[in-house]
Design a protein around this ligand. Structure first.
Ligand code: NAD
Length: 509
């Protein structure tokens, strides 16, 4: 199955080649365009990924369209049975998927296992599809007339996904989309594309008919071809805010249903009454896990009153103990960044931050492991203010910023004035203040003494403000809603006793 990963490129190099997956088989790209895939811990290119042309996107969509006619006929119980089989297979092969993630993304193996597990929860939710698609029924809505609602699939739907969760974010999309009866075209990140092909083979092995799940690799050319394609009914996107906005505006202009999740700046407020050790452990875990390349990472802490000095001291004390290195080594806790360019961009905030007035408490450039890997050690910037680039930008790396404010109100105002609104957290022992925070704060996902409040699979995931374009969150009940459209049937069966001519507008009483 992993020939696709091991296949040697036909272009005279020794690099593995990652090709498209269309109609249940590997399809070598013919556009003549491709991109490099790296092992970021070693800093070397390991593969070359094909970039799809407009024609190749059209071919994948055509296959998905042809398959849709058959797939939507498959009964709910068969779909459910299939999803149980998919669940089992993904569970059995979890470590292989995780190893691919570590190799191409760089996150440590245990974190990669966690990613697959959280994605699997969405597959488990999709196993309940017969219940999730139940409609309403009103008997005798009018005399002899029943009314009922049904939800039907949209057709061909596409997913465009980011580099930072190469297995989980696609699962957020394909699991509900396919369970609802749609066929799917995935355009994964070109930086770590192999997990998508591995998943495609697993779905086939589990019994999913060919053509229901397709993978096309590529860059803007592929994305634009998806957005322009008249046979793509809906697009789910997860990635950075500028691209999310572009996807939403372009896709909706073409009449598609679009949910586009963007970037984030997730604040954690620490009140003076908080358990400082617990807050410091949480801030360190949530800021530096996956090298800060999580859309739900805590990238900014707002310390209120005298919590500040104690918290900075507690965080600083924990940093030297974090082991940075190749994520396949068992005791390593933080891996490299995804590319050299991204590492250099993240490191630039360690220059601009102090230049603009922040205090560099820990400089990750001093603690990066030797070698060619794209490493940057853990970094801490204190006294960050809203005008600084280190505050305004997402950063998306192992750099935690801290601001000091005097009151709870100032802290909440800071969160609410930030253009992003993905996740946020408060650390306090005061239930009344926590409740007020949950009421006041403008963000889609809120943690109370929980730093990364990613909702469980039977709720939905999504931010507010510039962290989400579109009106439906992803997975959970809103995911089912997104991938289906409603129909209401008003029905009357011939009954000679009630039949008569009536030219009046239909009345319900
Ligand atoms: P990205 O926006 O660069 O890329 C995402 C996808 O868009 C990729 O498939 C990429 O090929 C495509 N793309 C990139 N540039 C494009 C262009 N100009 N035109 C059309 N398509 C383009 O994001 P990334 O760097 O892969 O991922 C990191 C970002 O994703 C961060 O901002 C992070 O916060 C965000 N993210 C958000 C969530 C969320 O749930 N809100 C989850 C994960 C990641």
């Amino acid at each position: 199955m992993t020939e696709v990963l091991e296949e040697q490129a036909e272009r005279g190099t020794q690099l593995g080649r990652v090709s498209h997956w269309i109609g249940g088989e590997t399809v070598a790209g013919e556009s003549g365009r491709s991109g490099p895939v790296y092992n970021p811990a070693k800093g070397v290119q390991t593969k070359e990924v094909d970039f799809a042309s407009v024609e190749e996107i059209d071919r994948a969509v055509q296959v998905a369209k042809d398959t849709f006619a058959k797939w939507r006929q498959v009964s709910l119980s068969k779909r459910q049975e299939l999803f149980f089989a998919i669940r089992e297979l993904v569970h059995q092969r979890k470590d292989e998927i995780a190893a691919i993630l570590t190799e191409e993304h760089g996150k440590v193996f245990s974190d990669a296992q966690g990613e697959v597990q959280r994605g699997l929860e969405v597959v488990e939710y999709a196993c309940g599809i017969p219940t999730l698609l139940k409609g309403d029924f009103s008997e005798q809505a009018s005399t002899g007339i029943d009314v009922y609602s049904i939800r039907q699939p949209l057709g061909v739907v596409a997913g465009i996904t980011p580099f930072n969760f190469p297995a989980m974010v696609p699962m957020w999309m394909w699991a509900p989309a396919i369970a609802c009866g749609n066929t799917f075209v995935l355009k994964p990140s070109e930086k770590d594309p192999s997990a998508a092909n591995f998943t495609a083979q697993l779905l086939k092995d589990a019994g999913l008919p060919d053509g229901v799940f397709n993978v096309v690799h590529g860059d803007k050319v592929a994305v634009d071809a998806i957005l322009e394609h008249p046979d793509v009914s809906a697009v789910s996107f997860v990635g950075s805010t500028p691209i999310a906005r572009y996807i939403y505006e372009t896709g909706t202009k073409r009449g598609k249903r679009v949910q586009a999740l963007g970037g984030a700046k997730n604040h954690m407020i620490v009140l003076p009454d908080a358990d400082i050790d617990m807050a410091a452990d949480a801030a360190v875990s949530a800021a530096y896990g996956s090298a800060g390349e999580r859309c739900m990472a805590i990238s900014h802490v707002v310390a209120v009153g005298d919590a500040g000095d104690k918290l900075v001291e507690a965080i600083k004390e924990r940093l030297p103990k974090i082991k940075v290195g190749d994520g396949m080594e068992p005791d390593v806790e933080m891996g490299p960044l995804v590319t050299r360019e991204h590492r250099d961009k993240v490191a630039s905030y360690l220059e601009s931050g102090p230049e603009q007035g922040a205090t560099l408490v820990a400089d990750g450039r001093d603690s990066s492991p030797d070698g060619d890997g794209f490493f940057l050690g853990v970094s801490l910037l204190d006294n960050v203010t809203p005008e600084m680039d280190a505050y305004k930008d997402e950063i998306f790396g192992p750099v935690l910023g801290i601001s000091r404010v005097d009151t709870y109100d100032e802290a909440v105002r800071m969160v609410n004035e930030n253009p992003y609104g993905n996740g946020t957290a408060i650390f306090t022992r005061d239930g009344g203040v926590a409740r007020r925070f949950e009421f006041d704060v403008q963000a889609g996902m809120v943690g109370i003494n929980v730093p990364i409040p990613v909702p469980v699979a039977y709720y939905s995931f999504g931010g507010w403000k510039q962290s989400l374009f579109g009106d439906r969150h992803i997975y959970g009940p809103e995911g089912i809603d997104f991938y289906t459209r409603g129909k209401v049937v008003t029905s009357r069966w011939p009954d000679p006793a009630t039949s008569k001519i009536d030219l009046g507008f239909p009345q319900t009483r």
